[in-house]
Design a protein around this ligand. Structure first.
Ligand code: IMP
Ligand code: MG
Length: 183
C-alpha cells in the first residue's frame, strides 16, 4: 500500500521504502562481517518484524536460519502493558548458536530486554539485538542493541510492519500516524 492511499491518516513520512532498503543493506553488510564463519540464527518477533526480516535476510550474502517468536507486550492500542507472554515459541534449538533478534522498533525496551534474557538462558553462544527503529525511552532499559537503523522521536509510527490495531502494516514507507486516528 502506498502513502497516497491513507494520506489523511498520516502526519508525515519519516522513511521511504528506498531509504529503508538502503539502511538495511548497510546493516546487513555489518552483520555479514561480524558473523563471518559463525552459525547464525535470526529470530524475528512477530508480527511487526516480518518486513525487516524478509529484507534483512535477503540482503545477507550467507546462509542464515530464520525462526520466529510471537510475544505479547502491547494490547491493541499505543501503550506498552509491561507484561510479556510467549504466544509462539521458537522451533530451533539455540544451544551453541549465535542468535540475532530482529525487531522493527524498540519503544520502552521491555519486550526485548525480557526476550534477550529468555533466549540467553537457552545456551546460545551469543544473543544480540537488531532493530530498525528505536525510541528515546529504550535508553533507560539495561538493553544492549548491537544494530540500530535509526533513533526516532517519541511518536507513534506505522508502516513497514508497524501497525495500529492491525492496520497500516502493509504500508511501504514509515510514517507518523495522525492523532485523530487514535484519539
Ligand atoms: P516495547 O516493549 O515498549 O519496546 O515495545 C515494542 C513493541 O511495541 C514493538 O515491537 C511494536 O510491536 C510495538 N510498538 C512500539 N512503538 C510502536 C509504534 O510507534 N508503532 C507501532 N508499534 C509500536
Ligand atoms: Mg515488534
Amino acid at each position: 500500500m502506498d502513502v497516497a492511499a491513507v494520506e489523511s491518516d498520516l502526519v508525515k513520512v519519516l522513511f521511504t521504502e528506498a531509504q529503508i532498503q538502503e539502511r538495511i543493506a548497510e546493516i546487513a553488510a555489518e552483520i555479514d562481517r561480524d558473523y563471518d564463519g559463525k552459525d547464525l540464527v535470526i529470530v524475528g518477533v512477530l508480527r511487526g518484524a516480518v518486513m525487516v526480516m524478509a529484507d534483512m535476510a535477503r540482503s545477507l550474502t550467507r546462509h542464515v536460519e530464520m525462526d520466529w517468536m510471537a510475544v505479547s507486550s502491547y494490547g491493541s492500542g499505543t501503550k506498552s502493558s509491561g507484561v510479556v507472554r510467549i504466544l509462539k515459541d521458537l522451533d530451533s534449538d539455540l544451544t551453541g548458536r549465535h542468535v540475532l533478534i530482529v525487531d522493527e522498533i524498540i519503544d520502552t525496551g521491555l519486550t526485548l530486554s525480557w526476550l534477550t534474557r529468555n533466549l540467553s538462558s537457552r545456551g546460545a553462544a551469543s544473543v544480540e539485538v537488531c532493530t530498525l527503529l528505536r525510541k528515546p525511552d529504550a535508553q533507560r532499559m539495561p538493553l544492549t542493541v548491537k544494530y540500530v537503523g535509526w533513533d526516532i522521536p517519541n511518536e507513534f509510527v506505522v508502516g513497514y510492519g508497524l501497525d495500529y490495531r492491525e492496520r497500516y502494516r502493509n504500508l511501504r514507507d514509515i510514517a507518523t500516524l495522525a492523532p485523530h486516528v487514535y484519539s
